[in-house]
Design a protein around this ligand. Structure first.
Ligand SMILES: *[C@@H]1O[C@H](CO)[C@@H](O)[C@H](O)[C@H]1NC(C)=O
Length: 459
């Protein structure tokens, strides 16, 4: 008797719950809700922030999911149409497990967190996710989208499997093959696709029959050209650049000085300011820059100084796994012509530092050869010419001989330094020409590109 009653009660409850669930999942819809999802630090995903802003402009209520970390752009933070939702971070204890177990634990955790978020909030008409990571993002989002009748759009920044191949240092590793199989099989089930370069668009089409539209990245508005006075003010405030003689330090630093008329100018014989921002990961070989600077130092030492080369101050910024290894190496260096500093820069100081530089160096080597380094986009926003590692599609960004120069190894990089800096007094002619070229050819018209190509995917 009692089991029978329980059965009836159970069936009634379930048959009530299911329609309610379905109602909440599929039909409780408010107009024009879109989700933007990053399985990473929201503040450090400028591209997804631009997508969120473009969607807000199109009239969507945007729910922006991602891990907490650095502060996102104020336009995103204070926009009433964009709601930030922080995902529960992966527990630290997972890192203590053996690496394969830790990976599995992380994937399960992230799947649950993501799935809960995707089904808990107001029903979206569109879900935009960033790839990589493909595991678990694509599959979990796909299931949630099918359950809720939403359209899934993937923004391809790179291939997850190629990053994994680089991390495991073995492209034939079984895990890499599984990853690749999964990324392709599940990836092509999404409704639409966008990507970061034309090279990636072609690759997606040729190998995976995925039709995507390209949206090139743009520099954030905070990356801009600075006036001499702005440079001077920053140099004055920055400790490592203080003038060595305290009596003149209120108007001088190692790069600039105040003029009587209230403007600032470069000091005669000042060093060149080279800036490199690195993630200190294996796909950015810092040794290349180190060796190039070492060769420059050797060539410009007094015994062989017929070249008249300026001194160099090289600022290297960024956080990453290999940083402590290299800072130790750098601290042991004792060169005369070349100084390397590795300051920590706040989110406001970094663009100013780029704006003050003479030349940028980019060591990024794309794992797939299909993505472009965002830091070069930002450098161009400051009209800072760059020397960048040569790889397959870097030409989509760097116009050789105009906005920058490409190199394969430390030898070529050192040669570039010599060519660009020979005869440098307070400025370098070639760098100035490049700077003017960048002013006349601004890159990344995000808004019109987005309206032309991406807008229709969200109708
Ligand atoms: C949010 O940002 C978009 C894009 O910049 C803008 O068009 C919109 O007016 C902003 N909305 C609010 C409420 O601030």
């Amino acid at each position: 008797m009692i089991p029978c009653l329980m059965l009836i009660a159970g069936t009634t409850i379930i048959s009530l719950i299911i329609p309610i669930l379905i109602y909440f999942l599929r039909f409780r819809t408010s107009k024009n809700v879109a989700y933007v999802i990053v399985l990473g630090d929201v503040g450090r995903s400028p591209r997804m922030q631009y997508h969120a802003l473009s969607l807000a402009q199109k009239g969507f209520q945007v729910l922006f999911f991602g891990f907490a970390g650095s502060t996102p752009h104020r336009d995103v933070l204070y926009n009433k149409s964009i709601q930030l939702v922080h995902l529960l971070p992966t527990p630290e204890v997972f890192k203590k497990l053996p690496s394969s177990l830790s990976f599995v634990a992380k994937v399960i955790w992230q799947s649950l967190v993501l799935f809960t978020c995707l089904t808990f909030y107001r029903r979206p008409s569109h879900v935009l996710i960033q790839n990589p990571p493909a595991i678990p993002t694509i599959l979990v989002s796909l299931i949630a989208c099918r359950l809720r009748g939403s359209r899934l759009i993937i923004d391809w920044h790179n291939y997850g499997y190629s990053i994994m191949a680089l991390t495991l240092k073995n492209p034939q590793h079984p895990l890499v093959r599984v990853y690749k199989w999964y990324e392709r099989k599940i990836g092509c089930l999404a409704d639409s696709h966008t990507c970061v370069t034309d090279a990636m668009k072609e690759d997606l089409m040729q190998n995976w029959q995925i039709r995507a539209v390209t949206v090139h990245d743009k520099p954030a508005s905070i990356f801009k050209r600075l006036t001499m006075l702005e440079k001077h003010t920053f140099f004055q405030s920055f400790d490592p650049f203080r003038s060595p003689s305290p009596s003149s330090s209120f108007s001088h630093n190692i790069f600039t000085k105040m003029r009587p008329d209230g403007d600032a100018e470069f000091s005669e014989g000042r060093p060149v300011l080279i800036i490199s921002s690195t993630s200190w990961t294996p796909d950015e070989d810092f040794n290349v820059l180190l060796e190039a600077l070492e060769a420059y130092e050797a060539l410009s030492s007094p015994s062989s100084s017929s070249l008249s080369l300026p001194p160099i101050v090289c600022v290297v910024t960024g956080k990453g796994p290999l940083k402590s290894h290299y800072t130790k190496l750098i601290s042991e260096i004792n060169w005369v012509k070349v100084k390397i500093v590795t300051p920590w820069l706040s989110a406001e100081d970094y663009p100013t530092m780029l704006g003050c530089g003479d030349l940028g160096v980019c060591l990024h080597y794309s794992s797939s050869g299909l993505d472009l380094p965002m830091k070069v986009v930002d450098m161009f926003g400051c009209h800072l010419p760059v020397c960048a590692v040569r790889y397959k599609c870097i030409n989509e960004l760097v116009v050789e001989g105009k906005s920058g120069w490409l190199f394969d190894d430390s030898k070529q990089l050192c040669q570039l330094f010599l060519d660009l800096l020979k005869g440098f007094t307070t400025k370098s002619r070639r760098l100035e020409e490049s700077r003017d070229w960048l002013r006349d050819h601004p890159i990344g018209d995000w808004d019109s590109n987005w309206k032309r190509n991406v807008d229709q995917l969200f109708n």
